[in-house]
Write a protein that binds this ligand. Sequence first.
Ligand SMILES: Nc1ncnc2c1ncn2[C@@H]1O[C@H](COP(=O)(O)OP(=O)(O)OP(=O)(O)O)[C@@H](O)[C@H]1O
Ligand SMILES: [Mg+2]
Length: 467
Amino acid sequence: MKSKILVVDDEKLMRVSLEDKLIKEGYAVTSLSNAMEGLRELQSTNFDVVITDLRLPRIDGIEFLRQIKKLSPDTVVIIMTAYGSIENAVVAMKEGAYDYATKPFPLEELTIKLKKALKHKAVIAENILLKRQVISQYGYDNMIGKSDAMKRVFEIINTVSDRDTTVLIQGESGTGKELTAGAIHYNSNRRNGPFVKLSCAALNKEILESELFGHEKGSFTGAIKMRRGRFELADGGTIFLDDVDDISLEMQVKLLRVLQEREFERVGGEETIPINVRVICATKKDLKKLVQEGRFREDLYYRLHVVTIHLPPLRERKEDIPLLANYFIKKYALLQRVTINSISQEALHVLLLYNWPGNIRELENAIEHAIAFCTSDMIMPKDLPENLREKETPSGLFSIELSTIDSLDLQDTLSDAERKLLLWAYQKTQGNQVRMSEILKIPRTTLQNKLVKYNITKTNISVTGQT
Ligand SMILES: Nc1ncnc2c1ncn2[C@@H]1O[C@H](COP(=O)(O)OP(=O)(O)OP(=O)(O)O)[C@@H](O)[C@H]1O
Ligand SMILES: [Mg+2]
């Protein structure tokens, strides 16, 4: 199907020559001389791209752009501005224009911009589709994972969301504790109520107490007004207490009471306030151990631990890495308005070798970094943060710490090893196939088939820096 382009310019010569050029390039073109007619046309037809002049009679280009974004948010807009009015182009970009061309320009320049705009549009559409697929396949909105460990997490979220029980989420930094708490809230029948978060880390008793329960006016120096606490603000919804292990023993008693009695008093207050709140807590620590060490009350531990969700570290579910990487590529390519849509095998390999102490957050940051540094439409090892690449070419064959994983894909692992050995031989022999087949002790035809299978070619090797 031809892409539909709407051209709006009151300058006849410009309009006609652009229309001719675009028709020759195979687009379906409508051209008009003012924005009013343009908006009318947009009501009945779905245009892929609108190319419009900024200076137009009656409704100017910026207003036209705003109206297009309202009427047809998916339509991509390219602005044409007169020489010397770059400020207007900046305003237009802020209002959501995709690109601009400064007049006079060779028509060729505009058609290149148009091609880029159409590609951008296709990526957005693909992203929306991917997200839908991911949601339906793997569960919760923006929570991705297909490993057994994550499937178990999704099952628990599914089962407990509507049950109002207290949930304890345990996991290292960046494993998705907050995301999980949100998933529970937004999948529960409290979803239309508030979702209130509080990190208890490093809050002293006074501040924490007033944050949780609020205070009455004059209850302490500085309490100039009555203030509601997070429990009250979360009424009808969910409260998420992060780093719950950091609460002092004294405050633990108060928290236990709220959990048991579902009521509390504000600091300095007499009135007992009943609440209807679901409590979700998170910790990076092993609470049970803290109980044994006497640093966490046992009764509170049992209250919180009615349902516990363990979020596994990323290094224990590396099979989720490709899926997550692709998800973040789509996300950041869209945010940074670039058309990067894949990751090379070599770069993926770097991600799989790394051990991710910062878990998913670190992976997300790495992809964001790579998108910013990537110069083609595919992420290469050179685009990734340097600290990940240090592990890029391990001297040994396997770099999997078997004691830390639950399962592994044998076929993938063997292919991985085979590929690595082929690269090793390639490097050793500078790609000399006779020598390669000698040192690998395989017939030349088998070697050639494998080189094709793993896409190991001279250009590939030098491009990806894997030599
Ligand atoms: N399963 C997942 N799928 C997609 N994105 C995820 C997933 N888990 C975490 N993330 C993303 O990783 C980042 C960190 O997640 P989150 O803040 O929930 O982790 P956390 O465990 O609360 O971290 P911290 O311990 O540092 O507070 C967020 O940007 C989140 O969107
Ligand atoms: Mg968190």
